[in-house]
Write a new protein. Structure first.
Length: 191
């Protein structure tokens, strides 16, 4: 999915959809759009909250309705389930507040909370606060990164002799990093 294209053409609706699925990528792009005065900071936050909240509620309901059967049919989720269950049993409120920041556990945590029959209304209130904290932090960091990148590029674009080499070096580093991650994923999947 090309989030940049979706964000450019659909704005806040793309943020809602992106926050439902992935989150950080679309919010970082949204923060750049705020930096460029294309989107509004607070509307971006609200859109991200809506998408994240709806996604979390869906996973909560899946856990509540289908429970352990849903987890048992998915071996990868079952491994994550065992790790995350301990965290949720010991710190349920803190787990809800921080689950949007738990990459790799973001879908399983709401399911476990549903499986554990955590009260729906209480979950919704805490999750709404968690979505606000997550959206505010990610967009704020994205704004700062956008500012730093803007300053960085402006400094280099004035020097025409080196700007092409710098752009090529950045592209090479991105491709190299992606290649390393793909290789690591491939090696892990072969085990």
């Amino acid at each position: 999915m090309d989030w940049t294209h979706l964000l450019q053409h659909y704005g806040y609706f793309a943020v809602i959809i992106g926050s439902f699925f992935e989150g950080e990528t679309i919010l970082m792009l949204g923060a750049y759009a705020v930096h460029q005065h294309v989107l509004n900071f607070w509307l971006l936050i609200v859109s991200a909250m809506i998408g994240g909240f709806i996604g979390d509620q869906l996973y909560y309901q899946i856990g509540k309705r289908y429970g352990y059967d849903f987890i048992d049919q998915r071996p990868k989720l079952k491994q994550r389930f065992q790790k995350a269950s301990v965290l949720i049993e010991n710190y349920p409120t803190l787990s809800i507040l921080l689950m949007r920041f738990a990459w790799g556990l973001r879908t399983i945590l709401p399911m476990i909370i549903g499986i554990k029959q955590y009260p729906v209304l209480r979950y919704m209130v805490i999750n709404l606060l968690a979505c606000f904290i997550w959206a505010f932090v990610v967009v704020s960091v994205g704004l700062q990164v956008s500012h730093w990148l803007h300053q960085f590029w402006q400094g280099f674009l004035h020097d025409d002799d080196y700007s092409a080499w710098i752009i090529l070096a950045v592209i090479f580093c991105i491709l190299l990093t992606r290649g390393v991650f793909m290789l690591i994923s491939y090696v892990k999947s072969r085990r």
